[in-house]
Design a protein around this ligand. Structure first.
Ligand code: SAH
Length: 234
């Protein structure tokens, strides 16, 4: 039930996700509590439902963020590198950044320039001078590019994909370190979509597991999104 964890406050929402057993890992719970969704969700930040960001994009529902963070938790250690494809609001970039400090790196890749600029502003509003420092040092990067290519030339401990694609691009698997883990919705829009976890072990051996059915916007062409509207929701 998408709305069952809604609450009047950020702390209440995270408590409800914990009671529902979607969240279990204390470090993840602490990072989500320390990242107020009000900075990233233009409307109803504590509702357990997606909210419009404009351009046909949405900030995902809190329970989906929780599932993604729990799935990738083993990789989210200080010093780790994380790639967030379709970073949208920037919320997960902010949470990942808390989990990989000190010494880690988070790259958010978003193809809508306006959304990416807003995400960076939201990140700075949420984290203040620390955000500016992390951006300056390149420990947090908001990159405007086609995420279907990942982040060429780099490898990551964890890859999160926030939009659905029918076939997983081989380059994303190549950009996973050994060991490494990827959380990705797979499937066409208007058809069945499922979350898949791709896990590379220390020897580079890849396994794949289907988790549950979902409904994500497509990891697609920029024109599809601009056709949905050119106004940022703030
Ligand atoms: N995790 C984000 C999800 C945003 S919705 C959040 O919770 O805020 C999915 C995002 O993927 C949208 O912002 C959309 O613009 C972006 N997207 C879709 N196709 C893309 C592509 N080919 N490359 C990069 N970003 C893409």
């Amino acid at each position: 039930m998408a709305w069952r964890c809604s609450a009047p406050t950020n702390a209440g929402l995270i408590d409800n996700l914990t009671t529902a057993n979607i969240l279990q890992t204390p470090r993840i719970i602490a990072a989500m509590k320390a990242t107020d969704r009000a900075h990233f969700s233009p409307r109803r930040p504590y509702d357990d439902a997606p909210q419009s960001l404009g351009f046909g994009a949405t900030i995902s529902a809190p329970h989906m963020h929780a599932h993604a963070l729990e799935s990738l938790a083993p990789m989210l250690r200080p010093g780790a590198s994380v790639l967030d494809i379709g970073s949208g609001s920037g919320y997960l970039v902010a949470v990942f950044s808390k989990l990989v400090r000190p010494g880690g790196k988070v790259v958010g890749v978003e193809h809508i320039k306006e959304l990416n600029e807003a995400a960076e502003r939201r990140f700075v509003a949420a984290e203040g001078t620390l955000a500016k420092e992390l951006l300056q040092k390149g420990e947090v990067v908001f990159k405007t590019a086609d995420g279907r290519r990942g982040c060429p030339g780099e490898k990551f401990d964890a890859i999160h994909v926030g939009a659905s694609i029918p076939v997983v691009p081989e380059v994303l698997i190549d950009q996973l370190k050994s060991p490494g883990k990827m959380f990705i919705p797979v499937g066409d829009v208007n058809e069945d979509q499922y979350i898949y976890e791709y896990t590379k072990d220390a020897e580079g051996h890849l396994t794949r597991e289907r988790l549950f059915g979902v409904s994500y916007v497509p990891l697609g062409d920029v024109e599809y999104y601009y056709a949905k509207g050119r106004k940022l929701v703030e």
